[in-house]
Design a binder for this molecule. Sequence first.
Ligand code: MLT
Length: 311
Amino acid sequence: NVDTAHAVLVADAMSDDGLSPLLNKENFEVVRAKPSERDDLNRFSALLVRSSTQVDAALLAQMPNLKIVARAGVGTDNIDLDAATKHGVIIINAPDGNTISTAEHTFAMMMSLCRNIPQAYSSVKAHEWNRKAFQGTELRGKTLGIVGFGRIGSELAKRAAAFQMPVVVYDPFLTAERAKKVGVTLLSFEELLEAADVITVHTPLTKETKNLFNEENLNKTKPGVFILNCARGGIIDEQALQTAIENGHVAGAALDVFEHEPATNYSLIDLPQVIVTPHIAASTVEAQESVATQVAEEVISVLEGAPAAHS
Ligand code: MLT
């Protein structure tokens, strides 16, 4: 019965297997399209996104029947939460489906950064053989500073322990007791900046974390520090990072996320000490299936009248 069908708009790329609870559900119609491609936005009651679609006040105004926006991932910074609340729209996310993938990608980036793997790869692929140009740094004994000790930060610490890296953590929500229990040292932000050889951020982008790594804070880090961001663009001020690399204070950076995506900040990207990936930390078969299933199941239950679990 078309009258009772719930129309669901899937605006960003999402796993078919993961969405199968929705795709196979009677009375649910699933449309995959960008909002700009549709002139019938008013009939959708659910909108599923990753990070590409900006769910802003203008889009919400075109969707008067919308009940729920589901983020197949963790960060909801591409969704205007105030506007959604004003329209009475529920926001949900998939808080733990991509934790392991993101921690693993961060680790891969850290190893690549410290051993110049992308640079060495490009050199050999360009038919060079230069064994002197790519001397790296061992991870063993280097202090890893994790800013934000939620799900991803905690998983990273477990992996760092296997590499014999002491871990220091800054997280205003972490107690010293819990830090001790999991074998990490809780520090203030300033102390972490001074102590860490490698710093990685795992916080959401908020008013407090926007440009957390600005010129002033980057200057407080150890000379020769490596910096990683596989969390959200905007936590590290890209101009300040570029300057700190150019003046030799920061030895290198690994970035999966950027202030503006698709990223075009080539004065930073093109620096040889900067290694980059296009926001793919969560892009694994496992994570994509898991986040899509989590949001698909929750969209069904919310549209069928149950309260949201991850709002
Ligand atoms: C997230 O917030 O979970 C990530 O950005 C995932 C993604 O959309 O790739």
